[in-house]
Design a protein around this ligand. Structure first.
Ligand code: ME8
Length: 513
């Protein structure tokens, strides 16, 4: 049964640098799910934002020689701008430097403190500066950070700790009893493997004299909150915590994250929520990693893919399409301009763009631009395309329930492919020569238009601009972006007599310079 509401989140991104295609990936995927659930008629809350405290951000500000607040105020603009350019339809954008968030973090920590879940202890350990995490001697790999492989430094200081370790058995049981809590399954097994080993307590503070850029602990202002304990709470802040009305949205239906931050979500966040006696999110989905020529994107390698440049070359929709079509969600993928252009020309320009273009030209030429009422359909000839198009919304829905964006897109392109074959087989240009075939011609053009209309409905969450262009060029009133499956998801919803309005070509060919 669909729930009536759907709360989906992206990670909040560090504002230590500009966003790149990796950040765009998660955000676009979350946007598709948010739009899809709105189409189902659900109330949706789609949250994204920026993680503005902590060492990484402080260091980035230092490198630029500006105070951290000014640094984050300047960089957040670029995130907002990119989401706007990518047609991201978030309902809230949270910044961890906002007063509402500071208040929520302090209330959450105070609650944990009062419950006896936090204690102070002297600590000696190995600290990875870039990851901002402590490790024990045993956890190190070759003397380096087991997560990122970089050198660690020994740190000895008094700190506050959250009693995370005692929740290990409970968390293992929760993961086992809720198969959809951690997806994909391979990641779930990894987390269970991790929990097979003893689980330590979590250091949740940083002394102010070492790192001042953070939210002060409510019970000891000499310390600031560890950036992850600060950041994770954003998922509660945005729906309104500590106002009890936050349960209007909480628990989240889905935290979408990259595989790099699954552990922090699955372990830190779950145990924090448990200790606060709050329900856990329904699903944590960890997607894979984009590389370039097999390598991690990084400034030092000079291989960071700039999303603004991609948008200006191929447009927003082609970028959205490529990221979600090229690689099954959950697996790693390699980004290349060649692969992007290949998809652009074959799937978007040839298959979809030409289908619409041909149909509109024929309606103009043979029906004076007004889509004529269909004649009597020929069940054997016209039926298969209609059935395929009518089944599309269900297929897309089933795929998206499994986070299989590529399968949903494949299903849409099956209809596009079938429609192209249908036009070829029907040869309307031959029918048009014979006045006795006028009814048949009308059926063929109408059937193709009705299939394309349903393609646009299922495509709308993925390629909003393209879906709108298809509707408006077919002369359909309203917008596939605001229509629900209930209001616009039927074959019969296409009315004959509409005037087609051929406009710009959907995906003009990109000529190599
Ligand atoms: O980790 N491929 O922020 P972050 C795919 N602030 N996805 C990628 C990617 C790539 N190459 N690079 C980045 C943080 N991502 C914390 C999160 S949440 C409470 C706090 C995406 O700026 C992916 O979603 O390092 C990854 O998890 C996220 O960006 C990390 O963003």
């Amino acid at each position: 049964m669909p729930s009536e509401r759907f709360f989906i989140t992206t990670p909040i991104y560090y504002v230590n640098d500009l966003p790149h295609i990796g950040h765009a990936y998660t955000t676009i995927a979350a946007d598709v799910l948010a739009r899809h659930h709105r189409q189902r008629g659900e109330r949706v809350f789609f949250l994204t934002g920026t993680d503005e405290h902590g060492q990484k951000v402080q260091q980035a500000a230092d490198r630029r020689g500006v105070p951290p607040q000014r640094h984050v105020d300047e960089l957040v603009v670029r995130f907002r701008d990119l989401w706007q350019q990518l047609d991201i339809s978030h309902d809230d954008f949270i910044r961890t430097t906002e007063p509402r968030h500071r208040q929520a973090v302090q209330r959450a920590l105070q609650a944990l403190y009062e419950r006896g879940e936090i204690y102070k202890a002297s600590y000696e350990g190995w600290y990875c500066l870039p990851d901002e995490r402590f490790w024990t001697e045993k956890e190190l790999v070759g003397g380096n950070c087991p997560e990122c492989g970089r050198p660690v430094e020994q740190v000895s200081e008094e700190n506050y700790f959250f009693k995370m370790g005692k929740y290990r058995d409970w968390l293992r049981a929760h993961i086992r009893e809720h198969p959809r809590f951690i997806l994909p399954e391979s990641r779930r097994n990894e987390i269970l493997g991790f929990l097979g080993r003893p689980l330590g307590d979590l250091c949740i503070s940083r002394p102010k004299n070492r790192l001042a850029w953070g939210i002060p602990l409510p019970f000891d202002p000499e310390y600031v909150t560890y950036v992850w304990c600060d950041a994770l709470v954003n998922y509660l802040t945005a729906p309104g915590y500590p106002d009890p009305a936050f349960t209007r949205w909480w628990p989240a239906d889905c935290h979408l994250v990259g595989k790099d931050i699954l552990t922090t979500h699955a372990i830190y966040w779950s145990t924090m929520l448990k200790a606060m006696e709050l329900p856990l999110p329904v699903t944590l989905f960890a997607h894979g990693w984009w590389t370039v020529k097999g390598e991690k994107m990084s400034k030092s390698r000079g291989n960071v893919v700039d999303p603004w440049a991609v948008i200006s070359e191929v447009g927003v929709d082609a970028f959205r399409y490529f990221l979600l079509r090229e690689v099954p969600f959950g697996l790693d993928g390699d980004y290349s301009r060649e692969a992007l252009l290949q998809r652009y020309h074959s799937d978007l320009a040839n298959d979809l763009g030409n289908l619409l273009g041909r149909l509109l030209t024929m309606v103009e030429k043979y029906q004076h631009g007004i889509l004529a009422p269909p004649g009597e359909p020929d069940a054997a000839f016209d039926g298969p395309l209609r059935r395929l198009a009518e089944g599309l919304a269900g297929q897309a829905r089933a795929a998206l329930d499994e986070f299989a964006f590529h399968r949903a897109l494949q299903a849409i392109w099956e209809v596009v492919g079938e429609a192209n074959r249908y036009v070829e087989r029907s040869a309307p240009w031959v029918l048009a020569k014979d006045p006795a075939q006028r009814g048949r011609l009308a059926t063929v053009l109408f059937t193709t238009a009705a299939a394309l209309r349903l393609v646009a409905v299922s495509l709308a969450p993925f390629l909003p601009r393209t879906a709108e262009a298809i509707w408006s060029q077919l002369g359909i009133e309203g917008s596939p972006l605001t229509a629900t499956l209930q209001s616009a998801g039927r074959w019969e919803d296409l009315r004959p007599g509409t005037r087609v309005l051929p406009g710009r070509q959907l995906f003009p060919r990109i000529v190599e310079q």
